[in-house]
Design a protein around this ligand. Structure first.
Ligand code: E4P
Length: 218
């Protein structure tokens, strides 16, 4: 399973890249707004760090506006994936852009049929939002399970990005479904490495070593 970082924060992206764990980045207008940097400058800096797809979202909602913005994004850097909202005009835009060679990520997907449509118009990626479904009392992971089954039936090339991830359990469950990609906030990624028994184990080994007075002489 590929790991993307769901952020527009350069420090978080650099840290994850240095761990050798960064397969891509997803941003959205809310994440970009937090960074207080000109959009173009921010995207170019992200692309300079990430050796993989960087999703950047259009903000227009009409077909012409989406196409105009997405073409500019595509021209900026070949790693940029145009993030397009799941609407009728969005689907039309995806079909045109993918034919032109611009990769698209259909975002704000909450149902199997929305995902199916994104795959049918040839989107490179589709982003089902599981945390936001959990928030309204619907089990988000069920959507991923349904999609993996549908994908098996039809061999779609569209990669499923499990999005709106809120905790490590989401990531484990996503991996168990065989989902292609998970995009995680930095806070959640940091939790992956941590376990209280690991910390305790390190402390005990160090204490025993010190008590015995052994030198690390090889
Ligand atoms: C995905 O591409 C989105 O940026 C993101 O996962 C949204 O997550 P949220 O529901 O935590 O805002």
């Amino acid at each position: 399973m590929k790991i993307f970082l769901d952020t527009a924060n350069l420090a978080e992206i650099k840290e994850t890249a240095s761990l050798g764990l960064l397969d891509g980045v997803t941003t959205n207008p809310s994440l970009v707004a937090r960074e207080k940097k000109p959009f173009k400058e921010l995207l170019l800096e992200i692309c300079a760090i990430v050796n993989g797809p960087v999703s950047a979202e259009v903000v227009s909602l009409d077909l012409e506006g989406m196409l105009k913005e997405a073409r500019k994004l595509h021209k900026l850097n070949p790693n940029i994936v145009c993030k397009i909202p799941m609407t009728g005009d969005g689907l039309k835009a995806v079909k045109i852009l993918e034919q032109e060679g611009a990769r698209c990520n259909v975002t704000l997907v909450f149902s199997p049929l929305q995902a199916l449509l994104a795959a049918r118009v040839g989107a490179s990626f589709v982003s089902p939002f599981i945390g936001r479904l959990d928030d309204i009392g619907q089990r988000g992971m069920e959507l991923i399970e349904q999609l993996m089954l549908i994908w098996e039936n039809y061999n779609f090339e569209t990669e499923i990005i499990v999005a709106s991830v809120r905790n490590p359990i989401h990531v484990v469950e996503a991996a168990m479904t065989g989902a292609h990609i998970v995009t995680v906030p930095f806070k959640v990624l940091e939790q992956f490495t941590k376990h209280p028994l690991t910390d305790l184990g390190i402390e005990r080994f160090a204490a025993d070593w010190k008590k015995a007075g052994i030198e690390f002489n090889l």
